[in-house]
Write a protein that binds this ligand. Sequence first.
Ligand code: ADP
Ligand code: MG
Length: 356
Amino acid sequence: MDIVVRNLSKRFGNFQAIDDVSFAIPGGQLVALLGPSGSGKSTILRAIAGLETPDSGTIELVGEEATNLPTQKRGIGFVFQHFALFRHMTVQQNVAFGLEIQKHPKAEVQERVQELLKLVQMTNFADRYPLQLSGGQRQRVALARALAPKPKVLLLDEPFGALDAKVRDELRVWLRRLHDESHVTSLFVTHDQQEAFEVCDQVVVLNHGKIEQIGPPQELYERPASPFVTEFLGQVNILRPETILGMQLDNERPLPVRLPGTPGGSIYVRPHDLVISREPNGLPGWPARIKRLTPLGWLARVELILPDSTPVHVQITQANSLELGLENGLDVYVRPRDLKVFEESSKAATAINYVI
Ligand code: ADP
Ligand code: MG
């Protein structure tokens, strides 16, 4: 384990920014710290970097106790959202900076700088100044600069947050490739679920300073541990138990769902986990009316209304929509093929997944 955080807590005045957070990151992994704005991501990263003093808890870096080490002794590379390149230095001077401070021999610095510029595909821009680069290029240089002194761990705080969508997409693919070549243990802060899923081996989901769930992206998506994780990781319909109970199409074949026993329970179904048909087909489901059909390229978004007025969003392919002859106002049938049911117990919500 290269980054071990144990029982970390931090208050700002009366505000609990981090609340008893523990996690461990194996060497060589790229892990996302994912959560909404204000959930404490940057504070955790800053604590690991030694830029913030936690109220309690410990931090271990590559097997070494680091809780009280000064930042420069932690062997950390840091990349922030806002470009922090030195404006008066060229690209290669920026990348060389950390190595020159450590007083490496000139020839060695030159060699390492060339190696890194190649790695981030900036060799042809070595003599440019930051202002002569695009936002994406600047962040690539910032990464090269952070990697130059061979950090034991790399911390990235929303490094692509200030870039436009297309550049972000390119940089995600590029960061993943870079990581596969460099294998530096990395913690990547983002509020963007798509970004975390595309780039990272594991995801730590944070909410109000607490960890909600840790796991590989697909596992979180398929088996979310809480209503928060379910809602944060993509669009979802929230159904009431009465809706589920009150509208079985066929009482002989009820949905195989044990409903939440307590009022706090809830039932979730993702828009693409609902199937529309023109006729009741003997499977459990509900009658519904199409309120609005919106073709979105290869996808179609269907807004349905159930008999008890519950709105339900469905996503199907445009091909499927044409095949079914869907149109506004049409009466159809809809059935779920996957439901997530949360029982609200005293402390944590436990999910029951039904694949139908
Ligand atoms: P995130 O990076 O997830 O958006 P942060 O870790 O930056 O969240 O902040 C978590 C919470 O702590 C926020 O509500 C923020 O306002 C508060 N906070 C962060 N740093 C300070 C500080 N130095 N003083 C007071 N409050 C702070
Ligand atoms: Mg932040």
